[in-house]
Each structure stands twice: as structure tokens, then as C-alpha cells.
Design a protein around this ligand. Structure first.
Ligand SMILES: NC(=O)C1=CN([C@@H]2O[C@H](COP(=O)(O)OP(=O)(O)OC[C@H]3O[C@@H](n4cnc5c(N)ncnc54)[C@H](O)[C@@H]3O)[C@@H](O)[C@H]2O)C=CC1
Ligand SMILES: CCCCC/C=C\C=C\C(=O)C/C=C\C/C=C\CCCC(=O)O
Length: 263
């Protein structure tokens, strides 16, 4: 997929992994809608991006992805400003062990809603041009994660939802669905955890980081770009490997009914 002139919507886009993804899209000539609940940081990121990539290519939309109305409204505003939509990245995510339902709501329910909205607006069945959706999961969606079982459940959910829907979505809507599973990435999310935790957990983190490596946001953004650009791939899962690089996980080939009816 050539990115020049394409339009992308990224959630959780004003810091960390989402910001790096937004930036790699802008660098490659796309226009980007940045959705985020954090308005002060959003204003700073927006201003910085505008200086480099031009205000006409950027839209910052304050948005709590757990509000279906706000999320819907952001898709509409993106289409109003840029007149098209080609790429969606459902990236916003949190860890919140005190409020596990919020964790599921942000990390899984909103990703599902963002995926359906992306399909709705890009579907060839309803006059769209097709496109690609990349959902951000985690290695904690592939390997049991004792520190936060609900976080892991949300990420296993993102992997299961995205790969399952990808089996029918491309043929029906012309929309590819991909999933990216980073390991440990140096972002405010991880830095907060490392600084707060008791020494036993710090030790565990150290061991796990030694095993999975500490990735940079730019490495994750490169992986994201690969998933977007390679139009031969659909339903791919790109994950952190023990070499520190990203690698594709081959999922078992599944047999589909002849005329799959699900969306
Ligand atoms: N940092 C890491 O080690 C890893 C992170 N991930 C995943 O990558 C994604 C991004 O994480 P990071 O960049 O590390 O986190 P981060 O905390 O640095 O950035 C997350 C962004 O999402 C936004 N956000 C949070 N709740 C939101 C809501 N309700 N509505 C809209 N925006 C909201 C935040 O304001 C923030 O800008 C998450 O889904 C996370 O689970 C996956 C694997 C590893
Ligand atoms: C042994 C398996 C490790 C697999 C997971 C590898 C990396 C995953 C990183 C993330 O997704 C983000 C990192 C941490 C945030 C999630 C939860 C930690 C909660 C810790 C706590 O509150 O005590």
C-alpha cells in the first residue's frame, strides 16, 4: 500500500507507541487523525507534528475510546476533514488492576468497536475503498502474564478477535486485519510500572526484559508499517521474539465454510 495521500486514524496517538505509529505514517506521506483522552499532551504532540509535517495533514481529536459516541464522532470528523479513510490503528491501552472492567473496556471492547467502525467506513460493500486495520495487542496476549491476568485476557481477546474476523473480512469488505504483539517497549506505560513496583516485581521485570528485550517505539512503528504496506498479508500476527526483533507467528490454517456469513 502506497501511503502518500492516504488517511489514517490512530487511537492513543499522543505518546508512546501510538505517537511513533502516527509519526511513521506522517513521514511516509499519510494524513493522520490523532485520537487520545490526554488533551494537554495531545496539544503538545499536535503542535510538534504540525511544525514538521504541516497542519493540513494532522487532526487532533480528544476522545475517550470507551465512549462509543465519541469514537463514532471521531471517525465522522476524520472523514469530514480528509474525505477518506484507509488505515485504522486501535492502539489505546492501559493496565489498571484496581479497575479491571475499565482495563477490558479500553483494551478489548474499544478495540472491537474501533474495528467495526473502521470496517463500516472503509468497506467496499458500502462504497468505501477498502483498507487495513492494525490492532495492538501484546506478548501478554500470547503468553500467560501473572502480574495482570485481566490485562492478559484483554490482549488474548484482541488476538482472537482480530485473527478470527480476518478470515472473512477481506473477502467481504476489502479490509485487511492485522495484529501486532510488542514485548516490553520503552514508553510511559512501562516506565510507570517499573518505577512503582515492589522489588520482587522489579526483579521479575528485569528477568523478563532480559528475555524479551526492551524494544523502542520506532521498532514497533516499523513493524506496524510492514503490516500496513504488505498487501499480500491478511490476518498476520507480528510479535516480539527472543532475539529482540519482530517476527511473524504462523497461526494454524483454518478451514472456512464455503460461504462464510459472519462479518
Ligand atoms: N509499553 C509496552 O511495553 C507495551 C505496550 N503494549 C500496548 O501498546 C499500546 C500502547 O501502549 P504504550 O504506548 O506503551 O502506552 P502509553 O501509556 O505510553 O500510551 C497509551 C496512550 O493511550 C491513551 N489512552 C489511554 N486510555 C485511553 C482512552 N480511554 N481513550 C483514548 N486514549 C486513551 C493514553 O492517553 C496514551 O496517550 C497499548 O495497547 C499497550 O497495551 C503492548 C505491549 C508492550
Ligand atoms: C512472561 C510473559 C511476559 C509476556 C508479556 C511481555 C510483555 C508485555 C508487555 C506489556 O504488554 C505491557 C507491560 C506491562 C503492562 C501490563 C501489566 C503490568 C501490571 C503490573 C502491575 O500492576 O503490578
Amino acid at each position: 500500500m502506497e501511503l502518500q495521500g492516504k488517511v489514517a486514524l490512530v487511537t492513543g496517538a499522543v505518546q508512546g507507541i501510538g505517537k511513533a505509529i502516527a509519526e511513521i505514517l506522517l513521514k511516509n506521506g499519510a494524513k493522520v487523525s490523532l485520537l487520545d483522552i490526554n488533551v494537554p499532551t495531545g496539544e503538545v504532540t499536535k503542535a510538534a507534528f504540525e511544525q514538521i509535517y504541516g497542519a493540513e495533514n494532522i487532526l487532533f481529536l480528544p476522545c475517550d475510546v470507551t465512549s462509543e459516541n465519541q469514537l463514532k464522532d471521531c471517525f465522522c470528523k476524520t472523514l469530514e476533514k480528509f474525505q477518506r479513510l484507509d488505515i485504522v490503528c486501535n492502539n489505546a491501552g492501559i493496565s489498571d488492576r484496581e479497575n479491571w472492567e475499565k482495563c477490558l473496556s479500553v483494551n478489548l471492547v474499544s478495540v472491537i468497536k474501533g474495528t467495526y467502525l473502521g470496517i463500516q467506513h472503509m468497506s467496499k460493500e458500502t462504497g468505501g475503498k477498502g483498507g487495513v486495520i492494525v490492532n495492538i495487542a501484546s506478548m501478554a496476549g500470547l503468553i500467560p502474564f501473572y502480574l495482570d491476568p485481566v490485562y492478559a485476557a484483554s490482549k488474548y481477546g484482541v488476538v482472537g478477535f482480530t485473527t478470527s474476523l480476518s478470515l472473512t473480512c477481506l473477502e467481504k469488505h476489502g479490509v485487511r486485519l492485522q495484529v501486532l504483539c510488542p514485548g516490553f517497549v520503552d514508553t510511559p506505560l512501562l516506565r510507570g510500572l517499573k518505577s512503582e513496583k515492589a522489588s520482587e516485581q522489579k526483579e521479575w521485570f528485569k528477568k523478563m526484559v532480559a528475555r524479551f528485550g526492551l524494544q523502542t517505539t520506532s521498532q514497533i512503528a516499523e513493524g506496524f508499517l510492514q503490516l500496513v504496506m504488505d498487501h499480500t498479508r491478511n490476518g498476520s500476527l507480528l510479535k516480539a521474539s527472543e532475539t529482540g526483533k519482530l517476527e511473524y507467528e504462523d497461526l494454524p490454517a483454518l478451514v472456512l465454510p464455503e460461504n462464510p456469513k459472519s462479518t
